[in-house]
Design a protein around this ligand. Structure first.
Ligand code: FAD
Length: 386
């Protein structure tokens, strides 16, 4: 097999919005940066592979600016038909055209070499070119969502929900557990001028009545985020089994909307369905400080605040689609904005490891607010390079 070596100042693993904004920001600070991403396009959950829209600390007065805003303005200008692949292209172009930034797409980070408390290099496999790439760097950033560099380096992480007493968090469960929020396979629909039939695959879940999807809005024009599974399983190692189950539910829900009851869907067709589940939560790194519910609720007035969140503490029940206790999430209020400290963006035990995205150093309850992509996109832009 071919094997190529690279030497840079910063190697960023991942390619979501957090990662791409972080890599571009560092390159603009003059660092030589390499971005290693296991998929063909950038954007993570915002890309055409998953299709989630960007939320953040938004109300009439606030919105995230910086590199995310550059991308979104370009998209509004050029993508008037709101084509997802054009959005992918806008993100790609921002990274591709950035001097000082090398892109390694379709490259899965699989290995890391460490010396003492430092990472020396990471190695990824690029499936499209049958090539191993080894990247030596001064700093490494893990923005992979699942924190792939943790199992590869031994960096400390947390998984699941803290007990109420550990951080005095009123919305945390009494006892700690390993439960998380779940994964989802989204779908998109399109209106046509005439009635259209829908024939579900045989393996689609059968959901003939509204009682099969209680308290789940499913009229035309809603978002099917509640097709969610895996929070009470292993949100990393069970992903592929969950993918099939999620697809069967997504097809089952669309079959329900089209063929069972009047949902105003006669002229609507399925336009796209995601085969790659989007993830909400898995490993969270332990940084020099762990942000918790009380920090969020009190506005996060840290001396070293470098970014901000502002989404509610939107804490989905781990059972997801199978939860029958009521509405599948609780939106606990959070102030807009609340501050996120620099100390929660670097590892407590690996000296040259930074992170941005849903894997920063927060408790489960704080994550339920910090995880949205507008917030995630600010984090890596706030890394200190002086
Ligand atoms: C169904 C769903 C609905 C959501 N709704 C919203 C919403 O409406 N608005 C909102 O703002 N947020 C929403 N979220 C939350 C948000 O999408 C995530 O919290 C956010 O995308 C996390 O960003 P990230 O950069 O950490 O991870 P990601 O966006 O997942 O990006 C991580 C990237 O790292 C890459 N990667 C992973 N492992 C490796 C590896 N070993 N080597 C190389 N690359 C790797 C992945 O391919 C991916 O591109 C939703 C999430 C889900 C799942």
């Amino acid at each position: 097999m071919k094997h190529l070596n690279h030497k840079v100042d910063l190697c960023v693993v991942g390619g979501g919005l957090s990662d791409t904004c972080a890599a571009i920001a560092a390159a603009r600070h003059g660092l030589k940066v390499l971005l290693m991403q296991d998929r063909p396009m950038l954007g993570g959950n915002a890309s055409s592979e998953i299709r989630m829209w960007v939320c953040g600390a938004r109300n009439l007065e606030y919105r995230e600016t910086g590199i995310l805003e550059e991308m979104q303005l370009e998209n509004f200008y050029r993508n008037t038909n709101r084509c997802y692949q054009v959005w992918d292209t806008v993100i790609y172009e921002k990274a591709y055209c950035e001097p000082n930034l090398t892109l390694l797409l379709n490259t899965t980070c699989q290995k890391a070499e460490t010396e003492g408390n430092r990472i020396v290099s990471v190695t990824g496999w690029q499936m499209t070119s049958e090539t191993y790439h080894t990247v030596e760097a001064v700093y490494f950033a893990d923005c992979s969502g699942d924190s792939i560099l943790a199992p590869l380096t031994g960096a400390s992480v947390r998984v699941g929900r803290e007990s109420r007493s550990e951080f005095d968090e009123s919305i945390a469960p009494e006892e700690s557990d390993r439960k998380t929020m779940g994964l989802s396979c989204m779908f998109q629909i399109r209106e046509t001028p005439t009635p259209q039939p829908f024939i579900p695959p045989e393996w689609a879940m059968k959901l003939p009545t509204d009682d099969d999807i209680p308290l789940r809005e499913h009229e035309i024009g809603t978002n099917y985020w509640w097709i969610e599974l895996g929070g009470d399983r292993d949100s990393i190692h069970d992903t592929d089994a969950l993918r099939h189950e999620l697809l069967s539910i997504s097809y089952g829900v669309w079959d329900h909307v089209k063929n069972h009851g009047d949902h105003g869907a006669e002229n609507w067709v399925l336009d796209w369905i995601g085969f790659l589940p989007g993830k909400r939560e898995s490993r969270r790194y332990v940084g020099a400080y762990i942000v918790n519910q009380n920090d969020v609720s009190s506005g996060g007035h840290f001396d070293d605040a470098v970014a901000y969140g502002g989404w509610t503490m939107d804490d989905h029940f781990p059972e997801g689609f199978y939860y029958r206790g009521g509405y599948p999430t609780i939106h606990h209020p959070a102030p807009t904005p609340w501050g996120i400290p620099w100390r929660s963006l670097y590892s407590v035990d690996i000296d040259n490891l930074l992170f941005a995205g849903r894997n920063i150093s927060v408790t489960h309850t704080a994550l339920s607010s910090s995880r949205v992509m507008g917030t995630c996109s600010l984090l890596g832009q706030a890394w200190r390079w002086q």
